[in-house]
Ligand binder design. Structure first.
Ligand code: ARG
Ligand code: ASP
Length: 722
């Protein structure tokens, strides 16, 4: 009996070591040759690790950029032409839009270079190189140090190293922790600030399916837009100038027109934002069973109010379109994540690992000393943390999302002015506020915010113990008999912060003597009341617990790596450049359901027919419909159909949007833009059977540019491979 068991175990081990477990992981480009390239080749990859990342010669990395604050983009021509997602360029498209020139609804195409539109707040950065600086960063710390001293010591070294590496501002140099601070890496990048909008499809293509289809499969969203990077005459980064010329990149992606089949190798090269794959069971429990449900509910309330108001007015719709997309995005994601973690039995799986871990830690005295109490400590921290994390969520997913209060937050420096503040400093604060308030009111609708304030104030009080209720509630009770509507009527009538004219008047005539009165403004007062709850009852303990956690997490992952020396560990995503690789793959999200790996334009047309025409999300424009009816697909069809999206097993997350999806030869086959709902738990636990990234087929992009937009001149810049 025993012998048989051993034999089976041996077989299982042997078998698994042979199976290529590629799909999971976001790998560091610097270490591909060491960790991944063999795996990748077995899956079909034809290039070398040096082709992907090389600091001595042009490599694929030189065609990938961090786009804006949190997306990815890729170069597709020798003249700085860049692709990213429509939802990544959304703010910029909105910035150029008005009710008269509604580029969100109608799209925008520059027919020549003069028509390419500058974007003051947009930049892209190229990674020049990365370097392991763990030894330098950790040289002065030891295990006996209190966490805060350790952090301060590390920060000082990091600051000096970053400063030296930036070469007087020529580069952006950033050092980031990996594996919870067991390792540190330096990233040196070049930032380009003149990035112009070249083209965007109408929302009926770029956002087809809208929030109804978001995070879902089958998908038919043409989620792309086109920008161009400009540089000075020496091809160097420069801020916007009429004299700037299109940037000549070291590398750009050739585009492959042959499409994909099931099981084809695919690779995603981009900037994944944040994952937490090594959490303990206690953390997964807190996130999935406590935080997610409350955060979903808070967003649901804002969504209901926004949806209603946006449906009634075109002006409100444009003002709130980007905000709405942002709110609804994670609302839906958290639902998928929670369901997915439950389905996988994630907490149970983590507990099993922890059981093994404890046995391992108890197996000898040294380990016992180092790691024996870790799990018990984790449990204690999470028990204390859970109720406070919830208050934190109600403040930051609730109260401070009331736009008037988030605007009040911008006044904090002004409120802090005292006798020591110099005239120049005051001037600076006022000038900054003048700019901020212009941006704020551009997209603000006070009647909408008023409804949100009333709803959130009520939910906050109904959901949290009274010790966390702010002073504001006493006032609501005493003056308005607990009636939230009457209270917000009063706030919006009396406050200067909800009126652009009043704020302007205040800023133009500002004198320090006005601050006393500003503190009594009902929006400012409310903001200060809740900040007071945060500062007195939440943040001190939370900061302490988080310090504890940073030590525990650092030791735990160090120990896990010691416990499983044969396992390849990848670091959690942290907005640094990574490679994910896998295969094009259909899957079974639930019993009885199979998701095919590919969609075509037929599916978009089908959706548009099924639903009443007032339903915006599935509108197909007459032009697209006629191209479909005439099968006018140019060179881009496959068996007479227009391919639209496909799914694969690449492990991706937020930030990977806009990433180039490459085939075995490193040619561009699509743009990554989403994941399937059943796999959204991949930020915490990946599973190859359920986790799929969604890619927009590059042929649909080219079809829209050429046939729909008539912008063939852009296609002429690209390198197409048959
Ligand atoms: N879910 C995708 C991502 O996380 C797309 C979001 C934009 N689309 C939307 N309908 N909100 O970014
Ligand atoms: N849609 C996400 C993004 O914007 C990608 C994802 O979460 O899969 O980065």
């Amino acid at each position: 009996m025993i012998k048989k068991f051993v034999a089976i175990q041996f077989f299982v081990l042997f078998f698994f070591s042979k199976v290529i477990r590629a799909d999971e992981g976001m790998w560091i480009p610097l270490f591909l040759s060491q960790y991944n390239i063999e795996d990748m080749k077995k899956l079909g990859f034809k290039l070398t690790a040096d082709d992907i990342y090389n600091v001595n010669a042009a490599s694929l990395k030189d065609a990938v950029v961090l786009f804006g604050r949190g997306c990815t983009g890729e170069l597709i021509s020798n003249e700085g032409l860049l692709l990213t997602n429509h939802h990544c360029g959304y703010n910029n498209i909105q910035f150029h839009s008005s009710v008269e020139n509604d580029y969100l609804t109608n799209g925008y195409w520059a027919m020549n270079r003069e028509q390419e539109l500058p974007n003051p707040s947009l930049s892209v950065s190229f990674l020049v190189r990365m370097e392991d600086v763990s030894q330098k960063v950790l040289s002065n710390v030891n295990s006996g140090m209190p966490e805060s001293v350790r952090q301060a010591t590390i920060s000082k070294v990091i600051e000096d190293l970053e400063k030296a590496a930036s070469e007087n501002g020529k580069y952006q140099a950033v050092i980031k922790p990996f594996f919870y601070g067991n390792e540190y890496y330096l990233f040196i990048s070049e930032v380009f600030r003149d990035v112009r909008l070249v083209g965007a499809p109408p929302s009926s293509i770029g956002k087809f399916g809208g929030d109804t289809d978001n995070w879902d499969w089958p998908r038919h969203t043409g989620d792309f837009c086109v920008f161009r990077i400009y540089a000075d005459k020496n091809n160097q980064p420069a801020s916007y100038s009429k004299e700037n010329v299109p940037y000549k990149p070291k590398k750009y992606f050739p585009i492959y027109l042959g499409g994909v089949k099931e099981d084809d190798f695919t690779m995603v090269y981009g900037y994944p934002g944040r994952t937490q794959e090594y959490l303990t069971s206690f953390a997964v429990q807190m996130v999935s069973e406590v935080e997610n449900p409350h955060q979903i509910n808070l967003r649901q309330q804002r969504i209901n109010i926004l949806k209603n108001d946006m449906g009634k007015s075109a002006e409100v719709r444009i003002k709130y379109s980007a905000k709405y997309a942002g709110i609804s995005n994670y609302w839906k994601k958290w639902m998928g994540e929670t369901a997915g973690l439950r389905k996988l039995g994630a907490i149970e799986k983590k507990r099993n690992l922890e059981k093994k871990f404890q046995e391992w830690a108890n197996s000898d005295e040294t380990k016992q000393k180092q790691y024996g109490t870790l799990l018990a400590e984790f449990e204690k921290v999470y028990n204390q943390m859970t109720p406070l994390a919830l208050v934190d969520d109600y403040l930051f997913e609730g109260i401070f999302t009331i736009e008037a209060l988030s605007f009040a937050l911008e006044f904090r420096n002004l409120l802090a002015i005292n006798d020591q503040t110099t005239e120049t400093e005051k001037r600076k604060i006022i000038d900054r506020l003048t700019i901020v308030s212009k941006g704020f009111f551009k997209n603000y609708n006070a009647p909408t915010d008023k409804k949100i304030m009333a709803a959130i104030l009520k939910t906050y009080r109904d959901s949290l113990p009274s010790e966390f209720h702010a002073e504001t509630y006493k006032f609501i009770d005493s003056k308005f008999k607990g009636n939230y509507e009457k209270f917000v009527d009063y706030v919006f009538e009396k406050s200067i912060l909800v009126s652009q004219d009043k704020v302007n008047e205040f800023l133009v005539n500002f004198k320090p003597s006005m601050i006393k009165k500003l503190r009594k403004d009902p929006v400012v007062k409310q903001y200060l009341d809740f900040i007071d709850v945060y500062i007195s009852k939440v943040s001190p303990t939370l900061v302490e617990l988080e310090n504890n956690l940073s030590r525990l997490n650092r030791l735990y992952i160090k120990a896990l790596r010691e416990m499983q020396p044969e396992k390849k560990f990848y670091p959690d995503a942290n907005s640094t450049l990574r490679i994910s690789y896998g295969k094009v793959k259909s899957f079974n999200p639930r019993n009885g359901v199979t998701y095919h790996f590919q969609t075509t334009l037929d599916g978009a047309i089908e959706k548009s027919k099924m639903i009443a025409s007032e339903f915006d999300d599935y509108n197909v424009s007459p032009k697209l419909k006629s191209l479909f009816e005439n099968k006018d697909y140019g060179n881009y069809a496959e068996n007479g159909k227009m391919p639209l999206c496909f799914i694969a097993t690449n492990h991706t997350t937020g930030g990977n949007s806009g990433s180039p999806v490459l085939n075995a030869n490193g040619y561009l086959i699509g743009i990554n833009f989403d994941r399937t709902w059943e796999g959204t738990m991949s930020d915490i636990m990946y599973h190859p059977d359920y986790c799929r990234n969604i890619t927009l087929d590059i042929r649909y992009v080219l079809f829209v540019i050429e046939k729909f937009a008539g912008a063939k001149h852009l296609i002429n810049e690209m390198t197409l491979i048959k």
